[in-house]
Design a protein around this ligand. Structure first.
Ligand SMILES: *Cc1c(COP(=O)(O)O)cnc(C)c1O
Length: 489
């Protein structure tokens, strides 16, 4: 244990630093401890060379910021990694990872098709201008009307279960339309928990039975195979096994049912530069590069599709639905310190103005947290809480940070994946989301919420319109929106 004296002399000489209560903290001399790095003294006052202070002055805190340049670079790097190793590659943007329209269109401009898993996401992709034929429609819950639309618009439907297969038989019969379909497969790679609730199982013969059923249907042809083995998969070998199982199934299904498979879709799941809770090594030591994933997959594909080429057939197109690895490190969250406090067990706590309602992934990841100014003073174990009146609102359970002042800004990274889709309006409004363009100009791509936007879908029956019993009734009709229903005193 070492006494913490070092602030006091400095504070006396400058006279400007606030007095900080001396505390006793364990001295951590190594570069690593059970919390990760003992203290990361790095700080940054700009994102893509745009000063953080300017962004906060204009757009308020908390604030999500995305880098268009990074999105494009990530997309180009992934494409390059795979195209250098396999002749026919197609990327499809996973909407649920981040479906902010501006972001989706960055990926579409880079050549990606859309990968959607619900009626809403399908509509969203169509609304952004993606043609039906460029949509891969996954998911176990496609509704009949959405399926009908997808069939009519020529979308690539990835069948999840037999009832969906029957529904498609009926739709294609009604519309008298032939349809190319894809089977979603599940199987055990030995590396990840098999996601057996999605698609048809290979080992049990269920997938082959479904292929037979398609082969005997009047209007459908099996032309694609899909699987998605998990998310944040840290082991490239898992994808090598996945590719092998899918290639073997491809050979088997083609020879037994006389179909012609045009593409193999390996789904998503490549890890991003993030630190999963429970893994204590830094992300840059455990997360493979996209090139490593590409090598694992393409080596197997090249080997197992080689004799197709020899027989004058096309190698199947490799489809990737990479989500988090493309978008996570392009997203930043800026949040301001509201207060400091000392917990009864002696730990230091900091309350910031963004909580888990906005940063949903704080439940699973230890994000990097850096200050936007150079901090001085001894780092101390700190818990970072959000502003919600909920015990679960923990942004970082434990991090070494020097003293912070009220009004200081912290930058959380990488936060681009699954936050601006899984976030919720709960207690607080959701903040502005910005996109910094290549020329350093900035656009708001999702406006901060306010009372009117949050209550826009609410209806209040007439007898509940007023919170206060006295006074004249305002408005008329059967229902009235909440924002009009203020109490007049
Ligand atoms: C979620 C999902 C993806 C994207 O996964 P990431 O882990 O974000 O790469 C791709 N395909 C399917 C079918 C998914 O459900």
């Amino acid at each position: 244990m070492a006494p913490d004296y070092d602030n006091s002399s400095e504070a006396r000489t400058t006279g400007s630093k606030p007095w900080i209560k001396p505390t006793i903290v364990p001295l951590r001399s190594g570069s690593l401890n059970k919390f990760g790095k003992a203290h990361d003294s790095s700080w940054t006052d700009a994102i893509d060379n745009v000063p953080v202070k300017d962004l906060l002055d204009q757009y308020d805190s908390p604030l999500f910021v995305f880098s268009e340049q990074r999105l494009r670079r990530n997309s180009q790097r992934l494409k390059q990694a795979f195209c250098a190793r396999y002749p026919d590659v197609l990327l499809a943007w996973s909407y649920k990872t981040n479906y902010l329209g501006a972001l989706c269109n960055v990926f579409h401009q880079e050549g990606a098709w859309a990968e959607v898993v619900s009626d809403f996401e399908y509509e969203k992709a169509r609304g952004l201008g993606v043609p039906g034929e460029r949509i891969f429609f996954n998911g176990p819950g496609k509704k009949p009307e959405a399926l009908r639309r997808a069939v009519a618009e020529g979308a690539r439907i990835h069948i999840d279960h037999l009832d969906e297969l029957y529904a498609l038989e009926k739709i294609t019969k009604d519309l008298e339309r032939s349809l190319d379909v894809t089977l979603r497969l599940n199987f055990d790679t030995g590396y990840t928990e098999p996601w057996s609730r999605f698609g048809f199982n290979v080992e049990s013969g269920q997938a082959m039975d479904a292929a037979w059923r398609i082969a005997s249907s009047e209007h459908m042809s099996l032309t694609g195979l899909h699987s998605h083995i998990g998310t944040f998969v840290l082991e490239p070998k898992a994808y090598a096994v996945q590719a092998r199982i899918m290639c073997n199934f491809l050979d088997e299904v083609e020879s037994r049912t006389d179909c012609n498979i045009d593409y193999l879709d390996l789904g998503g799941g490549f890890a991003s530069m993030n630190s999963l809770q429970g893994i204590y090594l830094p992300a840059d030591q455990v997360v493979p590069s996209v090139e490593q994933y590409a090598e694992a997959i393409c080596d197997v594909l090249l080997e197992l599709t080689h004799d197709r080429e020899a027989r004058g057939m096309k190698r199947p197109t490799l489809v990737l639905e990479t989500g988090r690895a493309l978008v996570d490190d392009a997203g930043y969250l800026l949040t301001k310190v509201i207060a400091n406090k000392r917990l009864p067990d002696g730990r230091r706590a900091v309350i910031v103005d963004a909580g888990v309602g906005q940063l949903f992934t704080a439940f699973w990841y230890n994000h990097n947290v850096v200050s936007t100014r150079l901090l001085s003073g001894r780092p101390e174990e700190t818990v970072i809480y959000g502003p919600l009146c909920m015990n679960i609102d923990v942004m970082r359970a434990s991090i070494m940070l020097p003293p912070l002042n009220v009004g200081d800004t912290l930058l959380f990274t990488p936060v681009g994946a699954y936050n601006t889709t899984q976030w919720m309006q709960f207690i607080e409004y959701r903040p502005n989301v910005l996109l910094i363009h290549g020329d350093k100009s900035v656009s708001v791509i999702r406006r901060k919420e306010n009372l009117a936007t949050v209550t826009a879908s609410e209806l209040i029956p007439e007898h509940l319109v007023r919170a206060c019993p006295q006074g004249d009734r305002i408005g008329g009709g059967d229902t009235i929106s909440v924002s009009d229903a203020a109490c007049e005193k």
